[in-house]
Design a protein around this ligand. Structure first.
Ligand code: SF4
Ligand code: SF4
Length: 210
């Protein structure tokens, strides 16, 4: 899922200071799982804003705000949005830009998107994928070196690895050691010697930009 965190409430007040009537969008997908943009968080933010003198015209927790078809339908069918001065959106960057496409009024993102990761429990997430567009997990024991190696090395470990830890952050395991250990368990450590060609980052970027 896309892991998000909430911006400070002071920042929300700052970006809405010229506006009195607000509509809030939440996300029933990742932001609900992260407890940053589900119905509960949308209502809580509404109550806080009302205590600061704002009027909440309405709210809607979209199934998947990153699906433009859902957002388009919501704008077509939900007439109350038109009475708002602006929209607050509690979703990841993709959801925000999807809503931006259809909104006739200003929108204010109030979440920060961190990464694509897994959730162990609320507040404990792992950054496991950078959505690079050319997955190498088949060759790396399903451990991502693009994301989990501080240098994104395709052929590691680097010379800075120290007792299994990363030289950039000694609290983190060097992912190339984890990859080695996983290969060792399967009896195929020779795979570590396979040279992985440099990636075509331009191709990935262009694909993602479309
Ligand atoms: S290589 Fe890593 S960053 Fe790229 S798609 Fe696979 S898991 Fe994601
Ligand atoms: S120590 Fe390991 S994880 Fe850290 S930068 Fe070097 S290869 Fe990457």
């Amino acid at each position: 899922m896309i892991v998000t965190i909430e911006k400070d409430f002071a920042e929300v007040l700052k970006v809405t200071k010229e506006e009195d009537n607000l509509f809030i969008f939440g996300c029933a997908g990742c932001a609900t799982l992260c407890q940053t943009g589900g119905e509960k968080q949308v209502k809580e933010l509404g109550v806080k804003l009302e205590s600061e003198g704002k009027e909440i015209i309405g709210y809607s927790v979209l199934d998947v705000p990153c699906d433009e078809r859902i957002v388009r339908k919501e704008f077509r069918n939900n007439s109350s949005i038109r009475n708002a001065d602006s929209i607050i959106i509690m979703a990841c960057g993709a959801g925000i830009q999807s809503v931006q496409k259809f909104s006739p009024i200003p929108i204010h993102p109030v979440l920060d998107s961190l990464f694509l990761g897994t959730i162990e429990r609320i507040g404990k997430f792992y950054n496991y994928c950078s959505i690079c567009g050319n997955c190498v997990l088949e060759d790396t024991q399903n451990l991502c070196p693009i994301t989990r190696c501080a240098k994104g090395l395709l052929n590691g470990p680097c010379g800075g690895m120290n007792e299994g830890k990363c030289e950039v952050n000694s609290e983190l395991d060097c992912v190339w050691v984890l990859i080695y250990e996983a290969m060792e368990k399967k009896g195929n450590v020779n795979n570590l010697k396979l040279f992985r060609e440099p990636r075509n980052w331009v191709q990935s970027f262009v694909f993602k930009s479309e």
